[in-house]
Design a protein around this ligand. Structure first.
Ligand code: 9Z3
Length: 309
């Protein structure tokens, strides 16, 4: 569905803003101003799945598989390369640094004198995470913003984009979140819990407005924008990635298949296809494919910035 400016405005007017929206918007704006002033590049990383609520006082919702690995690992990689990161992620999905700390309660023990201490087998991983996290906190280079529903996600994506407009080409969008294609518009959602006593439930979901179009055209026309294309059928992947580039006119699509997403992706532009593969020995050594993806994308972005001045 192509979206006119009026339809876009209608969607946002008719869809409730997330809780604490004014405060979050102000945090984003301050973060952008601070890093823009010192000339630091900013990346907006979106991560995790969006829910589709079935009731406005939500008891039930539709969800998807994404746990936020792609986004959280990539955020760490961008931070390592000197970017400031707005990490727009699904509440309780994986986050940079803490993602390494599995089941936290297993990591602690109580010493005979009653002190809490980290078990010896975990000290290395805890020390490494805490050191990296402390350094990022000291530099103020990571801003975490959360969403749950697809409606909250879109409101926050728009406000982040509006705040980032001042950055021109020095901003990258890395849209790795698994955003639902279907939803129930706020105006058609029942307020209260759907009653099972009413019998079988038939749902009609509508297409979520494709916000990538206004995003590229109006919200952030100068930015370097990377979207992700997820398919399960390998025959469709590249063709659909190109179709997205044609439709939205952004810079790059990271194409991935559901079951190979941790070891293979293709960086697709209008004229090139660059496969990125994590080799078995790299995998065995604990390397993650996001290191390679982010390394390549930062090169594309530098070139994009040079050509934009
Ligand atoms: C992706 O394709 C991400 O790589 C994954 C990462 C969601 C597969 P995890 O969070 O998974 O590490 O578990 N994200 C984008 C998926 C998406 O919704 N794309 C849409 C599409 O393919 C619109 S841009 O049409």
């Amino acid at each position: 569905m192509d979206l006119s400016s009026a339809e876009c405005e209608d969607f946002f007017r008719n869809t409730a803003v997330p809780e604490h929206f004014a405060e979050t918007s102000s945090d984003i704006s301050q973060f952008v101003t601070k890093h823009n002033e010192v000339g630091r590049k900013i990346v907006l990383v979106t991560s995790g799945g969006t829910t589709v609520p079935l009731e406005s006082r939500t008891v039930r919702y539709i969800d998807n598989f994404s746990v936020g690995t792609r986004g959280s690992v990539s955020a760490e990689e961008f931070l390592k390369r000197g970017y400031a990161v707005i990490f727009l992620h699904r509440l309780r999905s994986l986050e940079p640094f803490s993602r390494h700390l599995g089941n936290v309660i297993d990591m602690f023990t109580i010493t005979p004198d009653g002190q809490v201490s980290v078990k010896s087998e975990y000290t290395c991983v805890v020390a490494s995470c805490v050191t990296q996290y402390e350094s990022v906190k000291k530099n103020g280079t990571l801003l975490r913003v959360t969403f749950t529903s697809v409606h909250e996600y879109l409101h926050l994506l728009r406000v982040c984009s509006q705040c980032l407009q001042v950055m021109g080409s020095k901003v990258m969008l890395y849209l790795a979140a698994a955003v639902s294609d279907f939803h129930i518009p706020a105006s058609q959602m029942p307020e209260h819990k759907i009653q099972s006593s009413d019998g079988d439930l038939t749902l009609t979901l509508q297409l979520v407005p494709k916000m990538l179009k206004p995003l590229v055209k109006n919200w952030l026309p100068q930015a370097f924008i990377v979207s992700f294309k997820l398919e399960t059928d390998s025959h469709l992947l590249i063709e659909k990635s190109r179709k997205a580039l044609l439709a939205y006119k952004h810079q790059l699509v990271v194409a991935n298949l559901l079951d190979k997403r941790k070891t293979e992706v293709v960086l697709v532009t209008m004229t090139t296809e660059q496969p990125i593969v994590l080799l078995p020995d790299e995998q065995a050594a604990g390397k993650e494919i996001e290191e390679k993806i982010v390394c390549e994308l930062t090169k594309y972005h530098s070139e994009f910035c040079e050509n934009s001045v």
